[in-house]
Design a protein around this ligand. Structure first.
Ligand code: HEM
Length: 164
C-alpha cells in the first residue's frame, strides 16, 4: 500500500518554502531593492557581496530608512535582494524534489509536472527581471507566477491530505 505521509511532508515543505520566498520577494519590492544587484549570478561581481543584515531586516522603521532615520545603505538593499536569491536555491531544491516525486505518483502526476514547469518559469522570470532591469511586464509576470505557484501547492496539499 502507498505511504502517502512522505508525500504530504514534501507537499508541506514545498508550500512553506514558497510562502517564505513570497514574503522575501514582497520585502524586495517594498524596499525598492529589486536592482540592488544588477548582475547575475554574481552580485556586484561577487558571490558574497558586502551586506548589512541588521537594518535590512528591521521591521519597525520608515520605508527606505533604517531605524535611526538614515537612508537604507546599498549594503542593506543588497542584503534584502541577495537573501531572496539565496532562498530561491532552497525553493528550487525543495519544490523541485516535491515536483519530481509527485510526477511519479498516480493521481497527482499531472500536478507534479505542472509544478515543476511552473517552478522553472518562475525562476526564469526572476532572473530575467534582473537581466532586463525590471520591465513592467516581467515584474507583473513574476508576481503572477508566485500566485500560481502558491495556488498550485495549496491544491496539491489539499489533494494529498484527502488521499488514503
Ligand atoms: C520560485 C521562486 C520565486 C518566487 C516564488 C518569487 C516571488 C517573488 C515575489 C512574490 C515578489 C514580489 C513581487 C511584487 O511585490 O511585485 C518577488 C520580487 C522579486 N523577485 Fe522573486 N521569486 C522567486 C525567485 C526569484 C529569483 C530566482 C530571482 C532572481 C534571481 C528573483 C528576483 C526578484 C526581483 C528582482 C524582485 C523584485 C521585483 C519588483 O520589485 O517588482 N526572484 N519575487
Amino acid at each position: 500500500m502507498l505511504d502517502v505521509r512522505a508525500y504530504r511532508s514534501w507537499g508541506v515543505l514545498a508550500l512553506s518554502a514558497v510562502v517564505v520566498q513570497i514574503i522575501l520577494g514582497g520585502w524586495v519590492s517594498t524596499n525598492y531593492a529589486a536592482l540592488a544587484c544588477s548582475d547575475f549570478p554574481l552580485c556586484h561581481g561577487r558571490w558574497l557581496p558586502d551586506m548589512e543584515f541588521y537594518s535590512a531586516f528591521t521591521l519597525h522603521r520608515e520605508l527606505g530608512m533604517d531605524a535611526s532615520g538614515n537612508l537604507l545603505s546599498l549594503q542593506a538593499l543588497t542584503a534584502i535582494h541577495w537573501t531572496h536569491r539565496l532562498w530561491a536555491v532552497a525553493v528550487l531544491l525543495l519544490v523541485g524534489t516535491a515536483a519530481f516525486k509527485l510526477a511519479r505518483l498516480r493521481g497527482l502526476c499531472v500536478w507534479g509536472m505542472f509544478l515543476g514547469v511552473l517552478l522553472l518559469v518562475q525562476l526564469g522570470l526572476g532572473i530575467s527581471n534582473i537581466l532586463f532591469s525590471l520591465p513592467l511586464a516581467l515584474a507583473v509576470a513574476h508576481n503572477a507566477g508566485a500566485a500560481l505557484l502558491l495556488a498550485t501547492l495549496v491544491v496539491i496539499n489539499f489533494r494529498l491530505f484527502n488521499m488514503r
